[in-house]
Design a protein. Structure first.
Length: 190
């Protein structure tokens, strides 16, 4: 009998949400978690940590903030470990800069817990250096993203890439009025 490989998952929720949104999909975090840490494939989930940038507590961001707070409540009550960072005004929008928090927590937790595999759920090339640092310490780093939102630096820094296209295809449409196109293996020029 082989031992299960211990897996820690670190998810950039905003990056993944935007990738799903670009394909007109509602994201299903439980499906993503189950896909990435499937026990039938010899993978044991240690923890899935989701990183969420919050809009500033200002009147103009009130609706966005309420939506994110509902998501955070759902994620915590569904067994996910959630790390938040308060955003700051940036012109008419806001910026939360969750990347540095995710990178530091992923490095620290990975070195403490020593999983066999770290999965970074993001396509953001800012995490390429993190992937290299973890690999130098003997930890396999898998990047889970869709090809269209995966940066080359991150792709090259990872041990391997997990294409989430199959999982995204199983998600519900975000807007039923919008035309539906299968994500995987579709030719946009047809």
């Amino acid at each position: 009998m082989t031992t299960a490989r211990r897996v820690m998952i670190f998810a950039d929720s905003d990056n993944t949400f935007l990738a799903a949104q670009s394909f007109n999909r509602k994201i299903d975090w439980q499906k993503i978690r189950d896909y990435l840490a499937n026990p039938t494939e010899g993978r044991e989930l240690i923890e899935m940590v989701m990183f969420v940038g919050l809009p500033p507590a200002r009147e103009r961001f009130e609706e966005q903030r309420k939506t994110k707070e509902k998501f955070i409540y759902w994620a915590k009550s569904s067994g996910f470990l959630v790390v938040t960072k308060e955003g700051k005004n940036k012109g008419d929008d806001y910026e939360a800069n969750i990347d540095i928090v995710m990178a530091m927590d992923a490095l620290e937790l990975s070195l403490e817990v020593r999983p066999d595999i770290v999965v970074l759920v993001t396509g953001d090339s800012d995490f390429a250096y993190l992937a290299q640092k973890l690999r130098k310490r003997g930890i396999r780093v898998e990047v889970a993203s869709v090809e269209q939102s995966l940066g080359n630096d991150l792709k090259n820094a990872a041990s391997s890439v997990i294409d989430l296209i199959e999982v995204f295809d199983s998600f519900e449409q975000q807007n039923n009025n919008q035309n539906y196109y299968r994500i995987g293996n579709a030719n946009i020029f047809d």
